[in-house]
Each structure stands twice: as C-alpha cells, then as structure tokens.
Design a binder for this molecule. Sequence first.
Ligand code: ATP
Ligand code: MN
Length: 468
Amino acid sequence: MKDIKRATVAEIMRDPAKYTGSEVDVKGWVRTRRGNKNVQFVALNDGSTIKNLQIVFDLSKFSDEDLKRVTTGSSIHVQGELVASQGKGQSVEVQAGELEIYGTANPDEYPLQKKGHTMEFLREKAHLRPRTNTFGAVLRIRHAMAYAIHKFFNDKGFFYFHTPLITASDCEGAGAQFVATTLDIENPPRTEDGKVDYSKDFFGKQACLTVSGQLEGELGATALGCIYTFGPTFRAENSNTPRHLSEFWMIEPEMAFYEIADNMDLAEEFIKYCIQYALDNCMDDIEFLSEHFDKELVERLRFVVDNDFVRLPYTEGIRILEEAVKSGRKFEFPVYWGVDLASEHERYLVEEHFHKPVILTDYPKEIKAFYMKLNDDGKTVRAMDVLFPKIGEIIGGSQREENYDKLKARIDEQGLTGMDWYLDTRRFGTVPHSGFGLGFERLLLFVTGMQNIRDVIPFPRYPGNCEF
Ligand code: ATP
Ligand code: MN
C-alpha cells in the first residue's frame, strides 16, 4: 500500500472534484458485490454517510481468490484512482489498484445479508443493526440533533448544567424509579419494624436513578439564570408502548425570570430550530428514511417549521374533544374535565382539529406535578404540554410555583419529605421561573419518521429487555 492519507466516503462525496483524477485511500465495509467475469463492483460504506462509494475491480488485476472473500459485511482497504463513473447511480468511482482485506464475514453466518429486514428482526440483532442503512441514518441524525441542541442553548447563553443520575430525591413523588443499592438483596439488613434498613446502604440512605433532573436544574437556574440539562433518565414504569423507554435521554431547560408565555415561546423556537437543523444538515439521511418508511416525512418536518403552534387552555381542549364525541368521533378512553389526556386525544387536537402543533396549557392541578404554579382559579396549574402530529406529547413543562407557602402546602399534601433543599430556592431570593422537558427520543421519532422509539436509540431498554 502506498502512503496516501485516508479519505472518508463523506469527504469524497462532499467534494468529488477535489479528488477526481488522483489516487484515494478508502476503508470501510462491503455492502454488496456484483459483476461478471471481467469486472466486479463493490458498494463500500464507511458509516460517514448514507452514500456508498463504488469500487471497481478489474479482474485482470485481481484474482478470483482475492475477491471471493470480499463479501457483504467484510471490511476492506482500497487504494486507486477516483474517476468519473460511466454507470448510473453514482457520479464517481474508485478504480481499485490495491486491496487489503481486514476481516471477512462468512455469508452463511453474517445476518445482515439481504436488504429489507424487518425492524423486529433488526431489534433481535441490535448489536449489528448500526451497520444497516436505516440505523446508520437514524444514528447520524441522532448525533446531529444532540449537536443542534447544545448549539441552540449555547448560542442563547444557556449553561449546560449536570444534574445527578443517582439521586436521593423522588422527583415526581411517583414510584417509578430504579433503586441503586449495594445491599445484599437476598438478605438485606432490616430495621426493627422489618423494613429494609437503607441507612446501612452505600450512601447511608435510599438512592435511586433519576427520573428527571428538573428539581436540581432549578438550583442551577436560580443561580446561573438559564441552564439546560441533557442526560439519561430512567423510569421503571411498565409502559410497553412505541413511545416509552425505560432509559431515555431528556433535555430540560430551566429559566429564571421566565413566565409561562416565555416558556412556550422558547419551546416553540427550540423545537423548530432542531427540525430546521435536521432539514439543513441531514437531508441525505432524511431522504433515505422518507423513501423507505414514510413518504410524508419531509412535508411533516416543514409543516412544523412553517406553522405557528396553537396555544390552547386545557379546558378549551376538553370542550373541543367533547364536541367531537357528540358528533360521533369515537375514542378508546373517556373525555371529561379532569382527565389526563391520552395520546389519541392529543393527536386528535393536532391532526384532526387544528392541523398544527398545539401547546396545551393550564391543566387541572390534580393531574400535574406538585411544583407547578397554581393559577388564580385555584383549580388549574401553569402547565404546558407541546403536542405533535404522530407523537402526541413531545414536551412537558410549566411555570414553577415560586411562592414558598403555596409550594410547601403542595409538598405536604403529597406527603413528600426531604425537600428542604428545594424549598430553599423559594426561601432565599425566590423568582418566577419556568422550564420544560423534551424527550430526546420522541424528537428523534418525529425527525426520522420511525414508528417505534426502540429504533431511535442504539441500545433500547424496555420491560423484559436489557441486552449488552
Ligand atoms: P407520557 O405522558 O408520554 O408518559 P410523561 O408525562 O410521563 O410522558 P414527563 O414526565 O412530562 O412525561 O417527561 C417529559 C418528556 O419526556 C415527555 O414530554 C416525553 O417527551 C419524554 N418521556 C417521558 N417518559 C418517557 C419514556 N418512558 N420514554 C421516552 N420518553 C419519555
Ligand atoms: Mn408530561
């Protein structure tokens, strides 16, 4: 092999003219090989782009023996001249001069032979599925979205604030947490009344994996002004739906001096920015996914970017849904004031009634978390959920209760303890503030057009499944 600097397929495809006529050095995995006795064509993919680079092997230069081992899934290193391609489907190709085979992939054993595997099959081969076109596209988009999120907040002067993954605070007061313990679970130490004695545990008290970084995020916002978190979140709820994971990533901005209206404006600007970023930077991958899974994908992305989100109080939303029921629309779950909306209701408002994303506000306090600011009516809180086509809830947020006495009363009502540190933000220099949580994989579902949340994260965790 000659001493030539390696180029990725993405680099070559971005500027083929720069490389045409000169020798290139490329490395990657073989997607397919086809041809005849005189010439063989290899589609090479190195993960840098959805595009394959065609490598042409002239069989007067390469032996059958060499090429027999160049099968789907094998990894190779090629040097040769980049030339304009005669064939259809690609603008340039490499005339192979040198070939090195790194690793073969026995065709009888390598599972990703043919194209068009089902998502279910690929989920069973989750350790290899990043090598497929589909997952390559999804994972590159996932990366781009993570970058866009950091860029959005950084450019706005928000600070990336790291909240703990192991926590002793039970965020929502709900029980859906994984316990983090080093106690001998076969034979744990017990207190006199027979309960597990967590004072003997690693941290000297019971600790769990976080379900949200919000409460700690508020400590950051009431010091730094505007912060955001972006990290993994764990929920031990038994939700076997295409929209729930047991381990998912969440982005939680929290802003001092933001009221609910500011919060809604930010959420709308933020999500439009992310989607516009995908349209500007991920079009190759989006077009591939659109062609194979979801013909309306690009249109749906543009639709969100181009439309103002509707702002609608919950009470109005219920009225619209009740009207729909009266005129014969059937829902699986009942609709009445006070109900926690199901995804079918959310999607009705978005897809059938408004034909626009909807930000639903002012929910009954009973169905929302204790920290949300109570409205003057005493019945509703300043919550805001952003509802999207196909997804339903993509963002959940609120203005927070900044009044110490009201917040303390809600905490006591719910029997929460150990919240003094949180209440201190209201005891000392309290300010109006707001924030929201965006489920990263819900955003990716929307941007990629994939149907199941398990297919937009490399290693999905859900009830009954924890591979690798
Ligand atoms: P849902 O009603 O859909 O179960 P939630 O009300 O429990 O969601 P929040 O606690 O408000 O959700 O969390 C904020 C955001 O995190 C949600 O808007 C959603 O995008 C995302 N999210 C919540 N639970 C999950 C999950 N199990 N898997 C993936 N994303 C989730
Ligand atoms: Mn929610």
